[in-house]
Ligand binder design. Structure first.
Ligand SMILES: Nc1nc2c(ncn2[C@@H]2O[C@H](COP(=O)(O)OP(=O)(O)OP(=O)(O)O)[C@@H](O)[C@H]2O)c(=O)[nH]1
Ligand SMILES: [Mg+2]
Length: 512
């Protein structure tokens, strides 16, 4: 298939694709195979890995995103495997073995992937799940086993799949080194819980090193503070006893800790999001909650004191029903639902479900996924592909080939339409602290690189074209002189890119 006929996420990806096809005849067979893989990945949806510590709620979030309880949560050997959820025309799951063989797995009666596969898990590379789900049309969601887990084997499997470690045996056409050069998720949702610590930052760094051989940063990573419902408000100053307020304050604090590795830290109750989005909240559940709402005040209070009391205390609602509610909503969700029923005893099951969804915080997460990932998929994918091309060339033994690839990349990056790739790179370097800048300048780099709206890029949203044009020129000049005087060599390289970004904005404003 020719490069032009293929569907690329946008102009930057198309440019990198042209670079790959142009180079293919000029490089070794090995590199050409690697470029073919880069091309294949470029035309696929954005690869988003959900990563984080063990039992932080990764699979629960995946289910909420997909709107189906398909990833096993809690127990079972599948929680130790990487599962890729991608769009397909027929729902199916395949086990991919380390030797490349595949085996179909039937879904369980409830539509989930079986928690245990009945095969030797040591021989398994990962699972591929194909679902006819609209969300997956432009995002491939990768559920990963918990990092920092004591289970070294599953950590190794994750690293392997995400590219930090070459596979040992495989009969694939790609050799291990080239394979790891093109592997890697392109974006990350990092799931943290209340106790994010310094070593979590390390886990994040370790993981992001695996995202297609390039640093993750605010361009391609967000974090969620999951299990917000389990936060004890009294442990958070200024929370006024409110769980959600406490979660928001904590998320803000964590974003200081994790920034600029991630664009944002958003509070989330993944469990409620999963229950509300996956059709698991039934009219039976609503009925059971209405039954609980009718109990006398004292019994209700006692039940809500702890999970143990909730299921064991004597009352009219059967214990089994209560266990199910607890599993699906936990105490916080049950309290939310009871409050909604108190306010409106006639509330429908649908409205209750909606209420749970609203209190889960999922809407903000989806919104950020849209603005951080979907809107920038073209740039993220193109940059990841370019990093892969570079990595492939670097591992090539042929000096001439390395030079040809290098030159081709330089030619590409010099084109105005590819300049955004340089901007993304500069932004990532600054965000990761690889190049330090005075705060106001670093903020300016972020602003110019993070938006697609010219007004926002210039920090002057909604202003007139004349004002924007003048300002773009002024800043272009300022950054040019900064790049020549007063900047360190590393800063100077960034300054060049920012200067050019402003210059291109100015040109565009003047001509448009
Ligand atoms: N209370 C509460 N429990 C949650 C939340 N999210 C997930 N859980 C529970 O936490 C447990 C672990 O969730 P999983 O989604 O399996 O976590 P994971 O990160 O995928 O775990 P591993 O894959 O084993 O590392 C499950 O019992 C979930 O129901 C939440 O927001 N609130
Ligand atoms: Mg899991």
């Amino acid at each position: 298939m020719s490069t032009e006929q293929q569907h690329w996420p946008g102009p930057l990806s198309a440019a990198v694709a042209r670079l790959c096809t142009g180079l293919q005849p000029q490089v070794s067979e090995r590199s050409a195979a690697g470029f073919a893989e880069v091309l294949r990945r470029l035309s696929a949806p954005l690869q988003v890995a959900v990563a984080g510590r063990i039992k932080s709620g990764k699979s629960t979030l995946v289910n909420a995103l997909i709107g189906r309880r398909v990833a096993p949560t809690d127990v079972g050997e599948c929680t130790r495997l990487v599962t890729r959820f991608q769009y397909g025309t027929v729902d199916r799951v395949e086990i991919i073995f380390r030797n490349g063989k595949k085996q179909a797995v039937p879904f369980e009666a409830n539509g989930g992937i079986p928690a245990d596969l009945g095969v030797d898990i040591e021989q398994v590379s990962h699972l591929e799940a194909y679902l006819t789900n609209a969300v997956l049309r432009d995002l491939t969601v990768i559920d990963t086993p918990g990092l920092g887990s004591l289970d070294a084997a599953s950590v190794a499997r994750t690293e392997e799949l995400l590219g930090t470690r070459p596979e040992t045996e495989d009969d694939d056409e790609l050799d291990p080194v080239s394979r790891s050069a093109v592997a890697g998720a392109e974006a990350v949702v990092y799931v943290v819980t209340q106790g994010v610590r310094a070593d979590d930052e390390q886990a994040l760094a370790a993981f992001t090193a695996a995202t297609a051989s390039r640093e993750a940063g605010p361009v391609n990573a967000i974090a969620v503070l999951n299990k917000a419902d389990t936060i004890e408000p009294s442990s958070v100053e200024d929370s006024d006893g409110d769980v959600w307020k406490a979660a928001s304050l904590l998320a803000e604090k964590q974003s200081q800790l994790l920034k600029p590795k991630v664009a944002d830290v958003l509070p989330l109750i993944g469990l409620l999001a999963e229950t509300a989005e996956s059709g698991e909240f039934t009219s039976g559940d609503a009925e059971a909650l209405r039954g609980l709402a009718k109990l006398d005040e004292a019994t209700r209070e006692t039940l809500l004191l702890s999970a143990d009391l909730f299921t064991s205390w004597e009352c009219d609602v059967p214990a089994g029903t209560r266990s199910r509610l607890l599993e699906r909503m936990d105490l916080y969700g049950i309290r939310c639902a009871l409050k909604a029923i108190d306010a409106d005893p006639e509330i429908t099951a649908g409205a209750l479900r909606r209420r749970l969804l609203d209190s889960s915080g999922l809407a903000s997460v989806l919104n950020r996924l849209d603005t951080v990932f979907r809107a920038r998929a073209d740039g993220i994918k193109a940059a990841a592909a370019l990093a892969s091309v570079t990595a492939l060339a670097q591992t090539s033994g042929d000096q001439g080939e390395r030079q040809r690839v290098h030159d081709a990349i330089e030619v590409l990056l010099a084109k105005p339409e590819a300049h955004q790739l340089r901007v993304l790179e500069a932004l990532t370097l600054v965000a990761a602290g690889a190049v330090t800048m005075p705060t106001d300048l670093a903020d300016e780099v972020m602003r110019v690189g993070s938006s697609t709206d010219v007004g926002e890029q210039l920090g002057l949203p909604g202003r007139h074209r004349k004002e924007l044009t003048d300002y773009a020129l002024e800043r272009a000049n300022w950054w040019r002189s900064f790049s020549s005087f007063g900047a360190t060599p590393a800063q100077s390289r960034i300054a060049h890119v920012v200067h050019r970004a402003y210059f291109l904005i100015w040109q565009q404003l003047r001509s448009g």
